[in-house]
Design a protein around this ligand. Structure first.
Ligand code: TNX
Length: 514
């Protein structure tokens, strides 16, 4: 009888679909709530995406988001899904709307409901719709990630009701494009991939001892000299201001903010090598290609230094829409404590003068000149870091080195550093932002990808994936909704999707057991 019943329920079409998506889709990061429905929605060549906002402007914005979704869906399906501006979606359509969205959803929350005849995504803002689209794509079979037309697939979405919003509003990823330079296209590809896991901030580490990576027109030697090498002695490189803006716009289309960092007063050898006047003896330092840290410093009591910083921040502020500029502040081991204190205050003043607020690594919050609207990026997460930030009422980005993505997974995995230990996927998942320091006003989380050991896209993929997904869930999903075994099962299932996306991830044996 059971067999007969099953044969009745499972039509040939369903049988095919059942082999594709598992019963509960493996959504990463895990949504706040997911309820399975009955039946399924089937995407076809005649599916349209309807978009409607509360204003004409909002509808235009949703149209762009709809076009991005249509483009993504049309590649592997070979369909001609189009976008229609209308609040009357026909049966068989996908409807993206802010009409009926509520402020309780926040900027990034969304409700996604799928029935046999419609997919409806409702959010308070277009940004929420964009985040919701990332979930919607994950509800379709893994072949949806392919970059060529894939026939013989039934493009089904199991009926469900999803209600979702992030635990933290800052979920960042830092690229170190100094230690090894990465091209605009390589950075864009990583931004696009990260956006699929609802990362919403990209922090670009643009200067360090081994290189200066952003064009500053009033200080041409920064790129003429300072950009010309990298760790190990390769050619280095830099972004022109137009290329930087291109990256910023690409990220903004994905509702990602780019926070540029100019590292100071330490990690400044490339600047010291470009302009002799920044050194006590007036002589340019040689460029360096080793991975030593903590030896370089700007002069805290020299007006030449602040004229330089002013020139740099002025141009950067003009091309960067983010309200924040990151000023570094870590590992200034050859700057005296009083010089460091004074320097951070002066630079905070310059950043504020150009209309921006400061983000700094710990211990920049200790400076008497740190403003209360500055943000601390806490990477030590020890009992001595972050206490000044808390006392000053500063917001905190939690970025613990023991979840760093540039550490090796295991003693025997080939790429990465190990000064903070080995960080497998379980370790990258099993932490909580509240565990960094108690009493902090937590803005969110950030994953740092330092690039001493990575000089190719494949190596970048290898260190990022799957650990970035683990970090992304720590930032998006509330602690009470997170569980390693549950995550592990979803991630394991997600491997095929990463393959289809072309991600050269590390198949961590703790997830993909041999
Ligand atoms: C520490 S974390 C650094 C970086 C290195 C990294 C290597 C931090 C703020 N500074 O300069 O690249 O370790 O893991």
């Amino acid at each position: 009888v059971m067999l007969l019943l099953q044969m009745l329920i499972i039509s040939p079409n369903h049988a095919k679909a059942a082999a594709n998506p598992p019963n509960t889709p493996s959504i990463l990061p895990k949504p706040a709530s997911y309820t399975m429905g009955t039946g399924q929605f089937i995407l076809t060549d005649s599916t349209s995406i309807y978009v409607a906002g509360n204003t004409a402007e909002e509808t235009d914005e949703l149209d762009k988001i709809g076009q991005m979704l249509a483009k993504k869906l049309n590649v592997p399906t070979g369909f001609h899904i189009n976008v229609i501006k209308s609040a009357n979606p026909q049966a068989g359509s996908i409807y993206l709307t802010t009409i009926g969205g509520t402020s309780s959803q926040g900027n990034e929350g969304y409700d996604l409901s799928t029935t046999t005849d419609r997919v409806t995504l409702t959010a308070y803002t277009p940004e929420g719709v964009f985040r919701g689209n990332q979930t919607l794509i994950q509800l379709l079979p893994a072949d949806i990630e392919k970059s060529t037309v894939t026939s013989g697939v039934q493009w089904v979405i199991p009926s469900s009701t999803i209600s979702d919003k992030p635990a933290y509003s800052y979920r960042g990823l830092m690229f170190d494009v100094v230690r090894h330079f990465f091209t605009v296209d390589q950075v864009k590809r990583q931004i696009d991939l990260a956006s699929q896991y609802k990362i919403n901030k990209i922090h670009l580490h643009l200067s360090d001892d081994q290189g200066w990576r952003i064009e500053i027109k009033s200080r041409p030697d920064l790129t003429r000299i300072g950009s010309t090498t990298q760790v190990g002695g390769g050619p280095g490189g830099y972004y022109t201001q137009d290329q930087f803006k291109d990256i910023v716009n690409y990220a903004a289309e994905r509702y990602i903010e780019v926070i540029p960092e100019i590292e100071m007063p330490g990690h400044t050898n490339a600047a010291l090598a470009s302009y002799g006047e920044l050194n006590p003896d007036g002589q340019r330092k040689p460029m360096r290609t080793d991975t030593e840290v903590g030896y370089s410093t700007l002069m805290a009591h020299s007006e030449v230094t602040y004229a330089f910083v002013d020139d740099v921040i002025k141009e950067l502020a003009a091309i960067s829409p983010s309200p924040y500029i990151h000023i570094g502040g870590d590992e200034s081991y050859t700057t005296s404590a009083s010089d460091y204190d004074y320097f951070i205050g002066r630079v905070t003043g310059i950043v504020n003068k150009y209309g921006k607020k400061v983000v700094g690594w710990d211990p920049s919050d200790n400076s008497s000149g740190t403003a209360s609207d500055s943000i601390l990026q806490n990477w030590h997460c020890t009992s001595t870091t972050g206490t000044s930030a808390i006392a000053k009422g500063m917001k905190m980005i939690v970025s613990p080195a023991n979840a760093y993505l540039d550490m090796k997974y295991y003693t025997d995995t080939p790429i990465g550093l190990s000064w903070r230990g080995y960080i497998n996927t379980n370790k990258a998942y099993s932490w909580d932002p509240t565990g960094c320091v108690s009493g902090a006003s937590i803005y969110g989380t950030e994953s740092a990808l330092w690039a001493e050991t990575i000089d190719t896209q494949d190596k970048m993929d290898y260190l990022l994936y799957p650990r970035l997904i683990a970090n992304a869930e720590v930032g998006w999903t509330t602690k009470s909704n997170r569980n390693w075994d549950d995550f592990k099962a979803r991630l394991k299932d997600h491997g095929l999707r990463m393959k289809n996306k072309g991600i050269k991830y590390f198949e961590d044996p703790i997830v993909w057991e041999p």
